[in-house]
Design a protein around this ligand. Sequence first.
Ligand SMILES: C[S@@+](CC[C@H](N)C(=O)[O-])C[C@H]1O[C@@H](n2cnc3c(N)ncnc32)[C@H](O)[C@@H]1O
Length: 206
Amino acid sequence: MTSRKEHWENIYKTKDHKKVSWYQESPEISLELLSKIHADSSQSIIDVGCGASVLADKLIEQGYRDITLVDLSEEALSTIKDRLGNEGNIPSYLSQDITKATFINTFDIWHDRAVFHFLTDLKDRKDYMLTLSKSLSNNGRAIIGTFSINGPNACSGLDIVQYDEEKMKSELSSGLQLVDSVISLHNMPSGAKQEFMYFIIEHKDT
Ligand SMILES: C[S@@+](CC[C@H](N)C(=O)[O-])C[C@H]1O[C@@H](n2cnc3c(N)ncnc32)[C@H](O)[C@@H]1O
């Protein structure tokens, strides 16, 4: 059986990352939500399952310097590093499975677009939420984008879990609180649309 890492490594090695269904020329909704939570470029931010997303490029443009990029795929991380050129040394790159990751530092902002929804096993979701609550600073915010209950039920050949507010609330571990949610339509390179729901989650030390 193909492991999770092999699956994603194979995607980025064999496909043009600008043609995959989740490709965005610009991560507008993420930038809007960062602005909505009053994120500041002096804050630390982690993009979980960043893939080859240009979010890091935009954050650097906005003055962020404490950026951590995590993805299972080394190929995806290299795509970002190569694209950033001289600024490629600004982010920290970690090729890790987020359900098994541990971080030395905490982060002010946690961003995840289309990663948590791949966790179909309860244990993986519990591990993810535990890592999130341990890794987010007190009053830190997480922005988690998943397919909504009107969205697709699979992506990249893998089953996903769709979320609405109630379902997301039921996943949150102690100290994490859902504060807002937003529906957003993603225009795929094919021209079709996918409905996402983005959740803003706050961490309060218990
Ligand atoms: C649908 S893509 C989204 C990529 C990116 N967030 C974006 O918006 O363009 C999902 C990404 O999550 C990564 N991924 C999937 N499961 C993961 C896990 N358990 N830990 C870390 N990364 C993971 C994949 O390698 C892939 O890059």
